[in-house]
Every structure is written in structure tokens, then in C-alpha cells.
Design a protein around this ligand. Structure first.
Ligand code: PLP
Length: 375
């Protein structure tokens, strides 16, 4: 069935049989043991990250509401499974721990990446090491102990697009993780292009309303088992209420992403002709709801003048946000690394929401027109 239909129905196949129309929110932390003699054997199965199809045991081992979101997201990404976490960074942490646990703690990364992702890799906080590379030099970055290659496309915040299929080919046997937060499965399905793991900060488009923090990895069942093992042992679980909100968010994902992307594309075209803008970045192949611009003057002046846009970190919600990556999302990187990644101090990232395009344009136009270049 079409993606629009699956977004509405995936993860809900059993509801009618249960006499329900909307997914129930199961807040239980523990569950009655219906067969106390059989429980030990069940725990052994669940401890390997597999599912035995039986009733839940404990909140950290799995939750039925969260499982619905996982089923639906896996379906939309065209993957066997998905494993949800407390945040995007918790999801990425599990992937890094999994690589290290396999004895392959070396990671190859393509900049730019989300600022905290860059920081986590650069700092080696989880015992991994990083080699920064480019799509055309992946083979030379790979070592015997390389456990993961990481890329974002379109990348945060420059919106650079990469040829995921070519990168996946260059990775050979090394798993490729693609952060698909910006494109969402509506605009791009990295698993179909050869990625082994597809990551989302579910906080952004999947939730879509700025009221839930979460993360998820879509992948094959074997990888999912390892990630569930890590989640069970380290505890970075998604709350059931967040699972409910994310499942609900998925049902409107196609319509939200398409509408916001159409608006963003129109704005990108108009911004390119605006005298107060020196460069515009918009992913021409993938599209999406983000536009980045460079301004000749102080970008903070633009943020001082916007009225409809909210100066704030994050993206993917119903309302439009605007931020300066060098001062906020990517501030944690040092200035030299930011420059290497192509992130100028005058870059402004615009996350387009669902407001009318003319209202958004009027706000940007006045904010950019009143700014005078510093030179
Ligand atoms: C926000 C974001 C993250 C981090 O996700 P959290 O849910 O904030 O932990 C990772 N990657 C990208 C591209 C993001 O935009």
C-alpha cells in the first residue's frame, strides 16, 4: 500500500480485534506473571533482544505502546524492525556501544553532522574513535576495527546532500548509519539505498508538534536485537506516552512533510533573490522543510526582527523556527571544526512549519530588509 495509507494504519493492525479504535497507552512498569515457572526461560529469550510474542514483563524490557510506534516506523522506512530510545542521542549512543561491543570501536564520519553527534564522536565519550572523511574517500578511512560509518543527508545545518547508494557501496561490509531526521521516510528511505541503520531524532518531524523527545533506529532484526539488548541493559527507553504521541505523529507525517517542504521550496526561491541574503542552501534533490541562508551582516539582527518565526533550536514542528547554528546547535564544536564542516558564523537555519507561505515570507522579508551589512 501507499506510504500515506501505511502512515495512518501501520502499528494498528490488531486494534479492531481488541475492540479499540485508537492505540491504548500502557503505563505499566511491571506485569503479572501468568506462568511463574516459565518466566525464567522467557527472560533468557528477551535478554538476547529477541521477542517471544508473549505478554510484557517489565517496562525496561519492552512496552506495547512503544512497540506500535516501532512497528509503524519500521514499515515506513522499509526495514524489518525499529528500536525506540529516549532521544535521538540515546539512539545514536546505542549504535556506538554496539560497534564497540563487537570489538570495532573505530567510526568513520562525514561532516557536517548534528552538533552533538559531532561532539559525541569527537570526544570519544563512549570509547569510540573517529576518522573524519568525505564520500569519495571512505575506503581510505576504513580500518579492520571500523564498526560504523555515519552520514547525514541532507546534513544539519548546511543541507548538503550525499549519494547514499554510492556511500553504502564504498562501505562494503561495514554498517552504514544514515541520520534521516531531515528527510524523513516521506522524502528518502536510506535502507532502500543500502544503509544498514536509519536513525531519527523523533523529536523533530516524527513527533511533529514540538511536545515529545525521542529517537529511533530502523534496521534489520539481527541489528535490532543487539540494540534492544543495549537498551535493556543501559535503560535509555522511550516513555509510553512519548510512544503514543510518536505513533499519532506518524499518521500525519506525509501531509505535514509535503506541505512544509512545498513552502520551504517557495521560500528558498524567493530568498535567493533577496538583497539581504548572500547565499541560500536548499536540498534540490531531496527537498524538505529546512532552508539555510547566509547573510552579509550580523545574523543576530535578523533573529531580533522576526515576529512569526520563533528563534529556537529544533525543527520539524507545526510552527516555524529560526536559529544560528554557530551560536546554538553547532556551538559545541570548536570554531575550526565548524569552518571545516562548512558552517559559517553568518549561517541561519530556518525550519519551516505549516503556516501560510505568504505570512512566513512577509516576516522573513521585513527581517532581512531592515538588516544593514556590517561592511
Ligand atoms: C536533533 C537532532 C539529533 C539529536 O536528537 P535528540 O532527539 O535531540 O537527542 C540528531 N540528529 C539530527 C539531525 C538532529 O536534528
Amino acid at each position: 500500500m501507499n506510504l500515506n495509507t501505511r502512515a495512518v494504519h501501520a502499528g494498528r493492525a490488531d486494534l479492531a480485534g481488541l475492540g479499540l479504535h485508537v492505540a491504548p497507552i500502557d503505563l505499566s512498569t511491571t506485569y503479572p506473571n501468568l506462568d511463574t515457572r516459565g518466566e525464567a526461560a522467557r527472560l533468557e529469550i528477551l535478554g538476547t533482544g529477541a521477542s517471544d510474542g508473549g505478554p510484557p514483563i517489565y517496562g525496561r524490557l519492552g512496552n506495547p505502546t512503544v512497540a506500535r510506534f516501532e512497528t509503524a516506523l519500521a514499515d515506513l522506512e522499509g526495514c524489518e524492525a525499529a528500536v525506540a530510545f529516549a532521544s535521538g542521542m540515546a539512539a545514536l549512543s546505542a549504535c556506538l556501544l554496539a560497534a564497540a561491543a563487537r570489538g570495532k570501536p573505530h567510526i568513520a564520519g562525514i561532516r557536517p553532522l548534528y552538533g552533538t553527534t559531532d561532539h559525541l564522536l569527537e570526544s570519544g565519550l563512549l570509547g569510540t574513535s573517529i576518522t573524519w572523511t568525505t564520500p569519495d574517500k571512505i575506503e581510505t578511512a576504513l580500518r579492520n576495527d571500523t564498526g560504523l560509518v555515519i552520514v547525514e543527508s541532507p546534513a544539519n545545518p548546511t543541507l548538503e546532500e550525499h549519494d547514499i547508494r554510492a556511500i553504502a557501496d564504498a562501505c562494503g561490509d561495514v554498517p552504514l548509519l544514515v541520520d534521516n531526521t531531515f528527510a524523513t521516510p516521506i522524502l528518502q528511505r536510506p535502507a532502500e539505498l543500502g544503509a544498514s541503520m536509519v536513525m531519527h531524532s523523533a523529536t523533530k518531524f516524527l513527533g511533529g508538534h514540538g511536545d515529545v523527545v525521542g529517537g529511533v533506529i530502523a534496521c534489520d532484526e539481527q541489528t535490532a536485537r543487539t540494540l534492544r539488548q543495549i537498551r535493556f541493559a543501559t535503560g535509555g527507553i522511550l516513555h509510553p506516552l512519548a510512544g503514543y504521541l510518536l505513533l499519532r505523529g506518524l499518521s500525519t507525517l506525509p501531509i505535514r512533510v509535503k506541505t512544509a517542504s512545498q513552502t520551504a521550496k517557495t521560500l528558498a526561491g524567493r530568498l535567493a533573490a533577496h538583497p539581504g541574503v548572500s547565499a541560500v542552501f536548499y536540498p534540490q534533490r531531496t527537498g524538505g522543510a529546512l532552508v539555510s541562508i547566509e547573510v552579509p551582516g550580523d545574523p543576530h539582527d535578523v533573529l531580533d526582527r522576526v515576529r512569526l518565526f520563533t528563534p529556537a533550536v529544533s525543527l520539524g514542528g507545526v510552527d516555524s523556527l529560526i536559529q544560528i547554528p554557530a551560536a546554538l546547535t553547532h556551538h559545541i564544536m570548536d570554531a575550526g571544526q565548524r569552518a571545516d564542516a562548512g558552517i559559517s558564523d553568518r549561517l541561519i537555519r530556518i525550519a519551516v512549519g505549516l503556516e501560510d507561505v505568504e505570512d512566513l515570507w512577509a516576516d522573513l522579508d521585513q527581517a532581512l530588509t531592515n538588516v544593514h551589512p556590517t561592511e
